[in-house]
Design a binder for this molecule. Structure first.
Ligand SMILES: *Cc1c(COP(=O)(O)O)cnc(C)c1O
Length: 337
């Protein structure tokens, strides 16, 4: 099976499993798991942030961040296709009691000018704008990356208007690799950053939420409330440490694979618009005789799996379990269609 459905489908390598089996562990709710403590510190240091808290999922790290930054009745500003809004089960409403101001961004990315227009004035009729959340890379935008300069402009708007600034960095490593940026640049800009270890980095489980000490202290409390306080979870944190050391630079290969596949798709008469491929995600339109679903079914018959993300669009995601020969096999299947 060649699985392009998501970069979450990766399985741990033998080396990663070895690292997991050898991890020293303790009760993390007591703060006594040395592997988790090391992972939190390692990730925080990488981004130049004060502290981190290890969580079971990126949904939990995002939703905890929103919970800490807001009060019920506040408003969160984000793009209309944001994961925090679209794919987290209505969590912003349920766990934080906040409303959302959606911005019609460009492939999931918003601008400082759009943020300015979305901030509510001091008025009893209006919810209080308290938080801006951005996603880099933008998942539904086809792995689109922010121009760092625009993020700096948004930060200035946040500072001037007393808004907190959160980064959903589920795929931040893809953006860093694609644009030659450093984690510290991001750490200096955001009040909180959520990073996923189970996407491109290939671990089975886990995300880390980063911020200053006071923020993380509050985040730890909400993690417990949300049921995310784990015990000897150092076994899974060890996979994260392994991934931070070994699986970041290789993301460039996923980006190359995505370019190779997109170049072939571009020549096909059954393919319409392909969103610009910047990282490891390809979103393309199927046109003519096939629907997106027909296309997905035909590929599945070849044991090649991908998702239709709308009636006309298909998404393919590259990751560390996709080898060069799998890319070649997939291209053969396209050519036979
Ligand atoms: C996958 C993802 C998350 C977190 O998802 P979980 O499955 O809860 O770990 C958050 N943001 C984006 C953009 C994602 O793609």
């Amino acid at each position: 099976m060649i699985d392009f459905r998501s970069d979450t489908v990766t399985k741990p390598s033998q080396e990663m499993i070895q690292a997991m089996m050898a991890a020293p562990v303790g009760d993390d709710v007591f703060g006594e798991d040395p592997t988790i403590n090391l992972l939190e510190k390692t990730a925080a240091d990488m981004f130049g942030m004060e502290a981190g808290v290890f969580c079971p999922s990126g949904t939990m790290t995002n939703q905890i961040a929103i919970k800490v930054h807001t009060q019920a009745g506040d408003e969160v500003i984000c793009d209309k296709m944001s994961h925090v809004y679209l794919y987290e089960g209505g969590g912003i409403a349920f766990t934080s009691g906040c409303s959302v101001r959606l911005i019609d961004g460009d492939r999931g990315r918003i601008t400082a000018a759009q943020v300015i227009q979305s901030i509510n004035p001091e008025d009893v009729h209006k919810p209080i704008s308290t938080l801006v959340s951005v996603e880099n890379t933008a998942n539904r935008g086809g792995g689109a990356c922010y121009n760092f300069n625009e993020l700096e402009k948004i930060k200035t708007v946040c500072t001037e208007n007393n808004l907190k600034f959160h980064l959903d960095g589920a795929r931040i490593w893809n953006a860093l690799i694609a644009n030659n940026e450093t984690p510290k640049q991001y750490g200096a800009l955001f009040n909180s950053i959520s990073i996923c270890l189970s996407k491109g980095l290939g671990t089975p489980v886990g995300s880390v939420l980063l911020g200053d000490k006071d923020f993380i202290k509050k985040a730890r409390r909400w993690r417990k409330v949300f049921g995310g306080g784990m015990r000897q979870a150092g076994f899974i944190a060890a996979a994260g440490l392994y991934a931070l050391e070994n699986n970041i630079n290789r993301l460039a290969q996923d980006h190359e694979h995505a370019q190779i596949i997109a170049a072939v798709l571009k020549e096909k008469d059954f393919v319409g618009e392909i969103l610009p491929v910047e990282t490891n995600i390809i979103i393309f339109e199927i046109k003519g005789r096939l629907s997106a679903n027909d296309f997905v079914e035909k590929m599945k018959a070849n044991n090649i799996w991908m998702f239709a993300v709308s009636a006309t669009q298909v998404r393919m995601v590259l990751h560390l379990d996709i080898t060069p020969s799998m890319v070649a096999e997939t291209i053969d299947a396209f050519n036979r269609l």
